[in-house]
Design a protein around this ligand. Structure first.
Ligand code: UD1
Ligand code: CA
Length: 450
């Protein structure tokens, strides 16, 4: 269910599209449903759901709830949209509980027995905001009362509804039909289905869960942060279990779909964003951010480096303070040193750009040495042009390569050159003002009259 307003987020973005650990909230919920083998998934969305659809893709039945009249109405809307695909058992999950795990849904399915409906509950020290589970004097289930409908006494109940439900499809349809909006919010509450199923002579079971993090709802930014902390902690734990060293797990941010190989070491403050794969035996030093990139084995990434949409092959070294922009490709054993920026460029195997350099739209052969302060002047104000540097070439420090231009294999460029013409293989190109020396000039007549 993802059609609510999410007003408490105070956001222009639909609540369920806010991201935690690199994925929209509802994306995590869908993953859990898939993980438990759901045959079909309906996503209940509001009329205005273009952004939702663009973000989440077409792998679902979109059930448009118009207008959103509460969670009971949302569940009915989803059930209608599924039609025959609904099957015998229907799981209903709040779209704003991103920490829910497939294993929890599976446990709930396993615990169903003969029940027509199963409600997941949890005991919370602070139950504020959640629907309370009200039991009779004999302990028997009576109903769920929402925060805004609670009496003083009910407010103190610590057992709450987690927003995860399992229904026998026929009973679900009947129960949802019978819901009425006589509550503080004037909505159709899915939670009222508990009482209704009971009234229809059906059997309701509670599945009491002991992991409150698993079912924390996100209604506010603070709750978003709490849910993300849980997801990040789980991710770090899973990586450590698979052989990754994380020196201070509380300080790293690793999105759920990131892969890291064994014996890689992550230092504090590292951010690994969605779409990133890191091999084994790498060392990633503090405050490095890597997004949508592939890093092979035994790569060293020194402090403060930023890598986006790039490919880095084995045993390469980056940083400190290097910046790899989209389509940067660093070959095996190559070095991108401090304050070096690369964009849409390939640095061949073993090539080095050790200091203070910009490489844009460049192809650099293996073993080439790019001196400190080299700049590829790739932009003429209108178009971008390529620079090609051959294998084993040596570019002296503080060289400007005005593209399009080519420096041949094994060629040399003298320091301080502004290269505007191709330099053939094995030759030397120098393009700078000649040095003049005036001997004894310091002792010249300084009176001013020449
Ligand atoms: C709901 C439960 C509450 C439970 C809590 C757990 C109800 C009435 N209350 O409260 O008992 O403790 O979740 O987190 O169900 N939605 C729709 N259409 C609507 C309304 C909501 O799709 O018309 C979706 C929302 O997008 C959200 C989910 O349903 O993903 C839950 O709605 P929300 O308003 O957040 O319910 P809570 O007040 O948190
Ligand atoms: Ca909620």
């Amino acid at each position: 269910m993802a059609a609510g307003d999410g007003t408490r987020m105070k956001s222009g973005l639909p609540k369920v599209l806010h991201r935690a650990a690199g994925k929209p909230l509802v994306g995590h919920v869908v993953d859990a449903a898939r993980g438990v083998g759901a045959a079909a998934i309906a996503l209940v969305v509001p009329v205005e759901h273009t952004t939702l659809r663009e973000t989440l893709g077409e792998d679902f039945v979109y059930a448009v709830q118009d207008p959103p009249r509460g969670t009971g109405d949302a569940a009915a809307c989803g059930l209608r949209a599924l039609g025959d695909k609904a099957g015998e058992l229907v799981l209903v999950v709040n779209g704003d509980g991103p920490c829910i795990r497939a294993s929890t849904l599976q446990n709930m399915l396993d615990a169903r027995g003969e029940a027509d409906a199963v409600f997941l509950t949890v005991n919370r020290e602070d139950p504020t905001g959640y629907g309370r589970i009200v039991r009779g004097a004999d302990g028997a289930l009576q109903r769920i009362v929402e925060e805004s409908d609670c009496s003083e006494e009910q407010r103190k109940i610590s057992e709450v509804n987690a927003g995860v439900y399992l229904f026998e499809a026929g009973m679900m349809a009947k129960a949802l039909d019978a819901l009425t909006p006589d509550n503080a919010q004037g909505e159709l509450y899915l939670t009222d289905a508990l009482e209704v199923v009971n009234g229809l002579g059906g059997r309701v079971a509670l599945y009491r869960h002991d992991d409150i993090e698993d079912v924390q709802g996100v209604n506010t930014r603070a709750e978003l942060a709490a849910a993300e902390t849980t997801l990040q902690r789980r991710k770090a734990e899973a990586l450590m279990a698979s052989g990754v060293t994380i020196r201070n797990p509380g300080t790293v941010l690793i999105d759920v779909d990131v892969e890291v190989g064994p014996d890689t070491i992550l230092y504090p403050g590292v951010s690994l964003e969605a779409g990133t794969r890191i091999g084994s035996g790498c060392v990633v030093y503090p405050n490095v951010r890597i997004a949508r990139s592939e890093i092979h084995d035994e790569v060293t990434i020194l402090d403060g480096t930023v890598v986006e949409d790039a490919l880095v092959e084995s045993r390469a070294s980056l940083g400190p303070y290097a910046r790899l922009r989209p389509l940067a490709h660093v070959g095996e054993g190559a070095k991108v040193g401090n304050f070096v920026e690369m964009k849409k460029s390939h640095l061949g195997p073993g090539a080095k750009a050790s200091h203070l350099t910009y490489l844009g739209d460049a192809e650099i052969g293996s073993g080439a040495n790019i001196g400190a302060g080299t700049i590829t002047c790739n932009y003429d104000g209108t178009n971008k042009h390529r620079t090609v540097i051959g294998e084993g070439a040596f570019i002296g420090s503080n060289t400007a390569l005005v593209a399009p231009v080519r420096v041949g294999k094994g060629a040399y460029v003298g320091a301080g050159s502004t290269i505007t013409k191709d330099v053939p293989d094995e030759s030397l190109g120098v393009a700078r003002g000649r040095q003049m020396v005036k001997e004894g000039w310091a002792a010249r007549d300084k009176s001013g009259d020449e």
